[in-house]
Design a protein around this ligand. Structure first.
Ligand code: C5P
Ligand code: C5P
Ligand code: ZN
Length: 460
């Protein structure tokens, strides 16, 4: 066991001892896939320990929400996948709280389970769900929930830095091989559920020139390779193909990508690790961590996180059907969002690029769209997105690993600007977000550009 894991376990033990003193607790989690899996992990482990809970999902944690939580006079509140950036408010409102999170800590609290405090970076070494999994296993044996822990970190794209999950995430994976296993495979999305040509057609990361968005071209590509339909004349899914067929398609796709101008970086990303949830049925979204996390995002990001959580808790009836309906809408919104950015373009400054989606992209998915559209925009600059929100602007910022290596820290930069001009934000070095008061977009972007300029050093 790694040294950091050992320290996390000791801290988790302290937190678990506190939890066991209560019969009912208040749970608060984030609305994305990592937050939903975190919520399900803690809820399931409390249920098994005979402790009641009241669950609440929030878009973000701010002073108002913390005040509302405190007004209910809970004996204990457990924050998962959020909280580390709002400790000052948690303390000020006198909440008795446990924070199980992976965002950059701002402030100090006693029962704080966050890998940053023990030397591991929460942007790629462990997610909220992994952190909460460690806590859950101090409440009882909850190792079967490792599949949700890994699904959460995939939702947060923690595999991006090395093309696979590493560090504490890897320890959780490798210690629980009956729940989840890695598999080297084509890295396109939809291997469990999509007909093969659709899997090619909808590939956005990496973008396949000539194939992405072009149904006929994808069908021709596969027919040229002699790929056969199933007996009922229907297209098969990736999981239905023989190993030989999979190898053939993968190598043809690599060859095609080399001939069609894909960068060597993107070519190298075409094959990667997938994570298979062994306790789930093959051919469903839940079998693959990437598809599962998208299904969960499709619920929480539309304020229906309780549906995603019900799926995580085992509901394969109404909740799963509803989640699939929400997924169809989510996909359409992502496509519309990407088209918006393509049509309207981005504005470049010296150290960043940005776009303002106004009310054309929901604030809860503008960060996903920013991240996805980054691959077709200038990757030498971070991308900043604005969308209208009730309190002004929702800001989402995304960088690249190369920029982070050169000093970029979006979480620090955004927190600093918010301190100067109002608003609140935080997150990670590579991805961060904020809410900024109305009318302050220009000053925000100007100051952010200046701070990023001081962070980024020239390549050596
Ligand atoms: O709130 P939270 O920590 O869950 O969000 C993490 C965000 O960081 C995700 O939206 C994810 O897409 C983004 N991310 C990224 N690139 C990485 C790691 C995370 O864009 N390498
Ligand atoms: O919302 P978005 O996906 O852009 O969030 C990126 C990262 O910034 C996430 O880790 C999120 O939790 C964090 N964030 C934050 N405060 C906000 C908005 C986002 O800490 N107001
Ligand atoms: Zn998270």
């Amino acid at each position: 066991m790694s040294d950091v894991m050992d320290k996390m376990l000791q801290q988790a033990r302290k937190c678990a001892e506190e939890i066991k003193r209560y019969r009912e607790v208040q749970l608060v989690s984030h609305i994305d896939a990592d937050g939903i899996t975190s919520g399900a992990i803690i809820a399931k482990s409390l249920q098994r320990a005979g402790i009641e809970y009241d669950m609440q999902f929030v878009k973000q944690l701010d002073e108002n929400i913390i005040k509302e939580l405190a007004d209910r006079n809970p004996e204990l509140t457990i924050f998962t996948d959020l909280g580390s950036g709002q400790i000052e408010h948690i303390n000020n409102y006198g909440l008795n709280a446990i924070v199980s999170d992976h965002h950059r800590p701002q402030g100090e609290i006693d029962l704080h389970l966050n890998s940053h405090l023990f030397g591991a970076n929460g942007s790629f070494e462990i997610s909220g769900s992994g952190t909460t999994f460690i806590l859950a296993n101090q409440l009882g044996n909850n190792r079967d929930l490792a599949d949700l822990a890994i699904t959460g970190c995939i939702g947060d794209m923690q595999y991006r830095k090395y093309g696979k999950i590493v560090s504490l995430n890897r320890e959780i994976l490798e210690n629980n091989p009956t729940a989840i296993i890695p598999k080297t495979d084509i890295s396109l999305f939809g291997k469990q559920t999509r007909p093969v040509y659709k899997m090619l057609q909808y590939s956005s990361d990496p973008y396949l020139p000539g194939l992405t968005g072009n149904e006929n071209a994808c069908i021709t590509f596969l027919q040229n390779m002699g790929l056969k339909y199933a007996n009922d004349e229907k297209w098969r899914r990736w999981i239905d193909l023989t190993d030989e067929e999979k190898t053939n398609i993968s190598s043809s796709l690599l060859q095609y990508s080399m001939q069609n101008g894909l960068s060597s970086y993107n070519i190298s990303r075409l094959i990667g690790e997938s994570y298979i949830l062994l306790q789930e049925t093959e051919g469903t979204e839940m079998r693959d961590a990437s598809e599962y996390s998208t299904l969960l995002n499709a619920t929480g990001r539309y304020m229906r996180a309780e549906i995603g959580m019900a799926v995580c808790m085992g509901d394969r009836g109404d909740a799963y059907e509803e989640a699939k309906n929400l997924l169809a809408t989510h996909r359409k919104n992502l496509v519309d969002g990407l088209n918006f950015v393509k049509e309207n373009g981005v504005t470049q400054l010296s150290h960043l690029q940005y776009f303002d989606a106004g009310s054309k992209i929901p604030e809860t998915i503008v960060g996903i769209v920013a991240g996805m559209s980054h691959s077709s925009n200038n990757r030498y600059l971070p991308i900043i997105a604005f969308a209208n929100s009730d309190d002004g602007y929702k800001v989402s910022a995304r960088g690249t690993q190369e920029l982070v290596n050169r000093g970029l820290n979006l979480s620090d930069a955004i927190s600093k600007v918010c301190q100067e001009i109002g608003g609140a934000g935080g997150g990670h070095d590579i991805a961060a977000g904020a809410t900024v008061p109305a009318g302050k977009k220009e000053i925000f972007i100007e100051k952010l550009n200046a701070i990023i300029a001081t962070q980024i050093k020239k390549p050596s």
